[in-house]
Design a protein. Sequence first.
Length: 347
Amino acid sequence: MRLRNDLLFSILLPILLPLTSSTQLPLVIWHGLGDTFTNPSLLSLTTLAANTNPNTSTYLIHLSPSSATDRTSTFLGHLPTQLSTICTTLSTDPSLSGGFNALGLSQGGQFLRGLIETCPTLPRVGTLITLGSQHSGISRFVKRCDLTDWVCELTVKALNTAKWGRWAQRNVVPAQYFRDPRDSESFLRYSGWLADVNNERPGDGEDGREREEGRKYKERLVGRLGRLVMLMWRDDETVVPKESAWFADVYEDDDEEEGDDGEGKRRVVWLNQTQGYKDDWIGMRTLDEEGRLEFLEVEGGHMEIGEELARELMWVYFGPDGKRGEWKWSPPKEDERRVEEVGWELR
């Protein structure tokens, strides 16, 4: 059977043309370490998304239909395999075929960014917002574990004793994005995930950097992502260093004489000062030069996000017309950002 040319054109037109300005994209959310997709706070977040931008459908990323197993997968698992699984899930979901916005909570942020780079079949992403994420890795793991939380305890023990070991780099999730700039040799040699998606390993190109996979990562991030928004909490003590949320490097020397603040000396190398930005290893400089990269800072500790802040983020960045206005945020007078007051427990 042959289709008439006009009928064929009407079928292909939605595929060939970009989304119109009135299209409300679905929202994909990836939760953080120790959390699960059934967390009532995450479900409240999906309701808030629909109330802020009507007709917003949401998908909560999960690696198991079991809440307990999904939580365990935030501590234990092989990140490349996990991302490959999510790649297939999102790429074959008809409701996401026209593209989506994305929100990454803590480690979910760098996972979403890595997914955009590594998944060859992922639909386009309008805006990715990462909240307190660890784009440049962590140099210390400071999560406090409950006495009965054996998964958390195992993670801490592995990070403290054998973070560069083969088992840890294939099975302990935070170990796979551990990165201390003072020990780049170990990181480049043993890292099981972050060194790859950040394209930090030397290649065989003329500049000593070009790798085929790294080139694809850059092409996908620049070509597939409309806007990257990275939010950092000013008083974040959970992510070390907190500036990793802005893709910065921090060099700390605990052995040197303490500074005026009573802490060891530290030097922050902001993203635009890093070699990875200057040489555009994964496309961050391109995003920045094209006005598609934003840095936000808010008061509070890690993942202290109240309803008003979440609503403002969604209104400005996830609307049907893309970004609306400029980001202008000041916390409510009653300090509604505090999780204990608004009942949010996002990790």
